[in-house]
Write a new protein. Sequence first.
Length: 106
Amino acid sequence: MNNNANAPTSPLHIDPAFAKMGGFKKPILHGLCSFGIAGKAIYDKFGPIKNIKVRFAGTVDPGQTIITKMWKEGNKVIFTSEVKETGKPSIAGAAAELISADKSKI
């Protein structure tokens, strides 16, 4: 296993010819990018996150807009993300557990 942070990304995300072999018209956005965008939206609205789980539901093309819809249930944030331009989901069945403000980090 290569833990090198500078390791190359999958060609699916950068090489048009490879993306076409995978059945895509052009390279697609890396799932971890859409995951990070959703996580930042949750953090910005509700604060620090203890853990987060998602199901990737669709692809995002570079340059498309990701909209994260979320609601709080107790100490959890339930959310979905969709591509604004197509209305299709990119993340579904997702939840984030918030760090409780009354708990010490020690």
